[in-house]
Design a protein around this ligand. Structure first.
Ligand code: 80F
Length: 309
C-alpha cells in the first residue's frame, strides 16, 4: 500500500521509524511526504523538497492508497487536511489521521463522505494517541453509550502533576514541549481546546451528538494558580482537566477530583477514559501524548484498515 504523509514533525518521523520496523506486517511504504514546505517524493529520514504543490495536488501526483495526516491542528477551518480528505475519498484512498482539527470541525460530513465513496478513515490517534479509545469503541458494539468522562490531554495533565509536586508552571510547560507532548501552538493545550476537540470527536462517535468544537463550554488551566492546586492538595484532592459528555451536557473544565475517584491516580502524561453504556462501564488508561504513542496509533489504524495479519 502506498502512503502519502501530510506533516513530517515529531509524530511523522516516528511513524516512519515504526513503519520500517513493521514494513512486512503492514505491507506499506511511504511514497511521498507533503509539508508546509512542499512535496518530497519517496521516503527519506530528512525532508527535502522535490516540488511546490498543494496537499490536494500532491494526492494527484502521488496517487496514494492511504493518506496519513500528521499535520499540526488548524482549528480555524481544518485546512488543508479537510479538503485533502474529501479529495482522497473521491479518488479512492483511505485516510488515517492523528490530526484532530478536521474531525472536530466537520465530523459528520467527513464520515458521510467516506461512506459515500466506500472509503475508510482511521482516527484512533485523535483521542488518547495509541491508547485505544476510538478503536475500543469498535469492540463495544450495539450498547448505547450514556456518558463519557476522562482526562484527555497529556500536556496539561503533565503540567498539573508537576505543579502538584511543587514545580513551576513554565518549567513544566518547557519539559512538555521538549518531550514532544505539546501542540505546535501549546496555547491549544493550555486553553482546553485540544481536550475539547477530543471530546467533540468522542461525543459524535459514541453519543451521536452532532456537535463541533466551539459549541460548548471549554475552560483550560491557564487561570489556575499554584495556590488553587495547593489548597486542593491540603484537602486531599487534585485538580484535573476533566472532559465530560452525556445525553444532556458536554464540557471541558478543571475540576477537583477526590482521592477515591479513579481519575485521581492518573498522573503525568497518562490519560484515562471511562465509557458508560447501557450494559456496563469500561475504563482505560495509558499514555495520552508523545510522538511514539501518537505514531503507534496511526500504525494500529493502518493495520486495521489493511486487515493484514
Ligand atoms: P509537529 O509540530 O512536530 O509537526 C507538524 C507537521 O505538520 C510539520 O511537519 C509541519 O510542516 C506540518 N504542517 C503544518 N501545517 C501544514 C500544512 N498546512 N500543510 C502541510 N503540512 C503542514 O507536530 P506533531 O507533534 O508531530 O503532531 C502532529 C499531529 O499529531 C498534530 O495534529 C497533533 O495534534 C497530533 N497529535 C500529536 C500528539 C503528540 O503527542 C498527540 C496526538 C495527536 O495530549 C496532548 O498533550 C496533545 N498535545 C498531544 S496528542 N505529539
Amino acid at each position: 500500500r502506498k502512503l502519502l504523509l501530510i506533516g513530517y514533525g515529531n509524530v511523522g518521523k516516528t511513524f516512519r521509524n515504526f513503519l520500517h520496523k513493521w514494513k512486512e506486517e503492514l505491507d506499506a511504504e511511504i511514497v511521498g511526504v507533503v509539508t508546509r514546505r512542499g512535496l518530497m517524493m519517496g521516503d527519506s529520514p530528512e525532508f527535502r523538497k522535490d516540488a511546490d504543490v498543494s496537499v490536494t495536488d500532491a494526492i494527484d501526483k502521488v496517487k496514494p492508497d492511504v493518506l496519513i495526516d500528521m499535520a499540526s491542528a488548524n482549528y480555524k477551518d481544518g485546512q488543508p487536511s479537510l479538503s485533502a480528505y474529501f479529495h482522497a475519498f473521491e479518488v479512492g484512498a483511505d485516510v488515517v489521521t492523528t490530526n484532530k482539527a478536521p474531525l472536530a470541525i466537520r465530523y459528520f460530513e467527513i464520515m458521510e463522505n467516506a461512506k459515500k465513496h466506500g472509503r475508510k478513515i482511521g482516527f484512533q490517534g485523535t483521542v488518547m494517541s495509541g491508547t485505544p479509545s476510538i478503536n475500543l469503541y469498535k469492540v463495544l458494539p450495539l450498547a448505547k453509550v450514556k456518558k463519557v468522562r476522562g482526562i484527555l490531554n497529556g500536556t496539561t495533565n503533565f503540567i498539573l502533576t508537576e505543579m502538584y509536586e511543587g514545580r513551576d508552571f513554565s518549567e513544566a510547560l518547557s519539559e512538555a514541549k521538549r518531550l514532544g507532548y505539546a501542540e505546535e501552538d501549546p496555547t491549544v493545550d493550555l486553553n482546553g481546546f485540544d481536550a475539547g476537540a477530543k471530546l467533540t470527536i468522542l461525543a459524535n462517535l459514541m453519543l451521536n451528538k452532532k456537535v463541533k468544537i466551539g459549541d460548548f463550554q471549554i475552560k483550560g488551566i491557564e487561570d489556575l494558580k499554584l495556590d488553587d492546586i495547593e489548597e486542593a492538595k491540603r484537602r486531599g484532592s487534585k485538580i484535573k482537566l476533566i472532559a465530560y459528555a452525556d445525553e444532556k451536557e458536554i464540557s471541558v473544565r478543571p475540576m477537583e477530583i477526590e482521592a477515591n475517584d479513579p481519575l485521581f491516580s492518573i498522573d503525568g502524561v497518562e490519560n484515562s477514559l471511562e465509557v458508560t453504556n447501557e450494559v456496563q462501564r469500561v475504563s482505560i488508561r495509558g499514555p495520552g501524548a508523545g510522538p511514539e504513542t501518537a505514531a503507534y496509533a496511526a500504525i494500529s489504524d493502518l493495520f486495521i484498515i489493511n486487515g493484514t495479519k
